[in-house]
Design a binder for this molecule. Structure first.
Ligand SMILES: *Cc1c(COP(=O)(O)O)cnc(C)c1O
Length: 454
């Protein structure tokens, strides 16, 4: 059969609410043109993030009742730890309330002014956590990775030459190397096994720990199976195990590829770092067998980790992103190609060439998508990344709009509705206006800034 269907049926439904364009105009003004300030009840299709928005399975809902809420030594922790170590056999598994808490703990161990941490592309919270402890966060993705129109099977790959050179020049200042799979800020693009292996070898050469920011590890593994020679007949589970066999540690948001609504962890092999991490964890998250999570959350993650490597699910998952990407491409909407793992990325710089980068074409397009169809999505461009540590403004490498697709949540007809909204926007793209910031906070401005049309 050529139709790839949703490999599940719906057991509980959650109504979503229609609004008129006039209502949405008033709502977005009240929200100061920042989509994070909207109430979700006023959003019809919410593509702001795929984080924590997954639909849980019947098995996960029933596992909730197994949750043991003991302060210390809960069996839920041991089921969680076993599920993690089945895929990622690190010695120490430290639960946290979400991914950024794991990053904050890791950066508190390795940070210090003058330090440098390379990554293919730092995600915003990863960059934020490293910069908060004085580290310069450097992005070393391959050149293809920042050209939305270039087709390449592994656009998330690390530029190995640049990494080697940075390590040769700055070895003393580099406490570790991070690799983000899939490369979220760079378009949800995968990293090949060959690149993971080669990055690991370079790290060994310079005796640097190699950590994987692993939020979408299963999607990355499925891309390796589809696209990398030699992996077609390997199971996703075996591919996942091989990916992590090259690393010394990982940070994880269980809100992505663990089908959980909350959670995360830091896992690593180094005993001294693990001890420092647990001391920090006790201060900021909780005792090491719950780390900011309920026992029931740990149960959910344990089940989610088994479900996420199901290949029927991954086939449907990757195809559903590709389906929207292909349809938008056909209309003429400039999209990042090939399709990434968790989101459709629209190139707003190309779609709205009349809006300068520092008038945030991505944010302008995201606002228009809400006005047209009640769809909420996120800007990943100069609004998110434009402000420099010294307070000046610099255009980001790309001006993208990210339609993140929640896992197991929306149907194909809802995807068709999204596509139809884009048809309408595309016809009137030249009328869309840029935005300016009227107020912004000291850091991570895209969450809370206020904007107005120019
Ligand atoms: C989501 C995400 C994080 C942070 O995880 P949270 O659970 O949102 O704190 C870190 N890195 C990447 C690549 C992510 O996608």
């Amino acid at each position: 059969m050529k139709t790839i269907i949703e490999p599940f049926r719906i057991k509980a439904v959650e109504p979503i609410h229609m609004t008129s364009r006039e209502q949405r105009q008033a709502l977005i003004e009240q929200a100061n043109y920042n989509l994070f300030a909207l109430q979700s009840k006023d959003v019809l299709i919410d593509l702001l993030t795929d984080s924590g928005t997954s639909a849980m399975s019947t098995a996960q809902w029933s596992a909730l009742m197994q949750g043991d809420e003991s302060y210390a030594g809960s069996p839920s922790y041991f089921r969680f730890e076993a599920a993690v170590r089945e895929l990622m056999p690190f010695k120490y598994v430290i639960p946290t309330h979400q991914g950024r808490a794991a990053e904050a703990i890791l950066s508190s161990i390795v940070g210090g002014s003058g330090k440098i941490v390379p990554n293919n592309t730092h995600f915003d919270t990863t960059r934020g956590n490293f910069e908060a402890v004085g580290v310069t966060a450097v992005d070393l993705v391959i050149a293809e990775g920042i050209d939305p129109s270039v087709d390449h099977p592994f656009k998330g790959n690390m530029d190995l030459e640049k990494l080697d050179k940075l390590l040769a020049d700055q070895s003393d200042n580099i406490p570790l190397v991070v690799m983000t799979i899939t490369n979220n800020a760079g378009g949800g693009q995968p990293v090949s096994m060959a690149n993971i292996r080669a990055t690991s070898e370079i790290c060994k050469k310079y005796e640097k720990p190699f950590f994987i920011d692993s939020c979408r590890f299963a999607e990355n593994a499925y891309f390796i199976k589809l696209r990398e020679p030699g992996y077609a007949d390997k199971s996703v589970k075996a591919i996942v195990q091989e990916m992590f066999s090259h690393a010394d540690g990982m940070t994880m948001s269980a809100k992505k590829d663990a089908f959980s609504n909350m959670g995360g962890w830091l896992a690593l092999n180094d005993e001294d770092w693990a001890m420092q991490a647990r001391n920090r964890l006790i201060l900021t998250e909780g005792f090491p067998t719950y780390g900011g999570l309920s026992g029931r959350d740990l149960e959910c993650i344990a089940v989610g980790l088994k479900e996420i490597i199901d290949e029927d699910y991954l086939q449907y998952r990757i195809r559903s992103i590709e389906y929207i990407t292909e349809a938008l491409d056909k209309i003429g909407v400039p999209v990042m190609k090939p399709a990434g793992g968790h989101a459709v990325f629209v190139d707003a710089r190309e779609m709205l060439p009349h809006i300068p980068a520092l008038q945030f074409p991505g944010q302008a397009l995201a606002v228009e998508l809400y006005l047209t169809g009640g769809i909420r999505c996120a800007e990943i461009g100069s609004f998110m990344f434009g402000r420099q540590p010294d307070g000046s403004e610099k255009p980001a490498a790309m001006e993208l709009v990210r339609l993140a697709i929640p896992r197991r949540v929306y149907t194909q007809s809802q995807a068709d509705y999204i596509i139809e909204c884009f048809e309408e926007i595309y016809r009137n793209a030249d009328k869309i206006k840029g935005l300016e910031i009227s107020w912004q906070p000291a850091a991570m401005r895209h969450f809370t800034s206020r904007l107005r049309p120019i």
